[in-house]
Write a protein that binds this ligand. Structure first.
Ligand code: OXD
Length: 309
């Protein structure tokens, strides 16, 4: 079996070694711009180049080395008509839960304010926030969103979730569809986005919707930056409506040097590290899915191009 490996950052060496271990006998190959690809059974890609996609019409499936699909679906009709499979959890859900728990507790226990006080040599206990008034609202109830919701429930926070289609999650107040979005937002103190980026979620968090959050709300974005209208977020923070934001993703990455977010102390910036692909888990998962394809069994996490995830 021949498998093509391609990453926009060129880092395929370890993936090739791990895949050879997981699928003995597999032949892995790379590709460079301008080359003609030899026929392959499968492709593993991340941030693929357009010149490569047109050569993948005969593979049995394209596997993504990450969870997000926007970087491949943006090619639209230029994509070959073969199944595209994203990573399921693969070690990312626990990292998302760690990140969101850290950011939420930092606000809830007011560590952000204590950090600031300590910088000024100030010893001054602040009133505690009431946990029942600190509802966590998780947008996107896929594998990662569910893990985040469960983790925050475990700390005793009220948790609500919002998804495109109705879901039932124990101890989570579930909302579904655009018609319930305002009701979901109006009772959310900490808004966490784990939504995929689609035509419907691009700019979903605009000024009007973010104003629906109660005064003093926080935003944690670990999904895709383009879901947030960045100037609107900045305006709402400066106006005091949104108390702070922890952002791991941005419309343009790396976040450009002159971007005003860098100068806003109520915005905490991390460089797209909330959940890094755990290569060993990812390769194990992909190898099992290749075995399922070969045996003609159904495979999880096949991307629905109409839905955009
Ligand atoms: C992903 C990411 O989609 O790293 O996996 O953002």
């Amino acid at each position: 079996m021949r498998v093509l490996l391609y990453r926009g950052d060129g880092q395929i060496g370890q993936w090739a070694e791990d895949l050879a271990r997981a699928l003995p006998g597999v032949e892995t190959l790379g590709w460079q711009e301008g080359e003609t690809l030899v026929p392959c059974d499968y492709a593993l890609v991340w941030n693929p180049a357009p010149g490569l996609l047109s050569q993948l019409a005969d593979v049995k499936a394209i596997f993504l080395m990450g969870a997000g699909v926007d970087a491949i679906l943006k090619f639209g009709d230029a994509l070959p008509a073969v199944p595209i499979v994203r990573l399921g959890d693969a070690g990312m859900a626990v990292q998302m839960a760690e990140y969101v728990a850290y950011a939420t507790l930092r606000y809830f226990r007011r560590f952000d304010e204590y950090e600031e006080q300590a910088r000024h040599g100030l010893w001054a206990p602040l009133p505690e926030y009431e946990k029942q008034a600190f509802t966590i609202g998780v947008m996107g109830l896929g594998k990662l969103g569910l893990r985040v919701a469960e983790t925050m429930r475990g700390f005793g926070f009220p948790v609500r979730g919002w998804s495109r289609t109705p879901k039932e999650v124990p101890s989570v107040d579930c909302f579904a569809g655009m018609e319930s979005l305002d009701a979901f937002l109006s009772g959310t103190r900490v808004l966490v986005s784990l939504l995929p980026l689609t035509l419907d979620t691009n700019n979903l968090l605009d000024r009007r919707r973010m104003s629906t959050l109660p005064k003093g709300a926080y935003l944690i974005n670990v999904a895709r930056g383009a879901q947030v209208a960045e100037p609107d977020l900045l305006a709402l923070i400066r106006a005091g409506h949104i108390a702070g934001a922890t952002l791991d993703v941005f419309r343009n990455e790396p976040l450009p040097a002159p971007h005003p977010f860098w100068d806003e102390p109520r915005i905490t910036i991390t460089p797209h590290i909330s959940a890094l692909t755990v290569r060993a888990d990812a390769v194990r998962q992909i190898a099992l899915k290749i075995a399922a394809f070969e045996a003609g069994y159904p495979v999880d996490d096949v991307v629905d191009r109409n839905l955009g995830y």
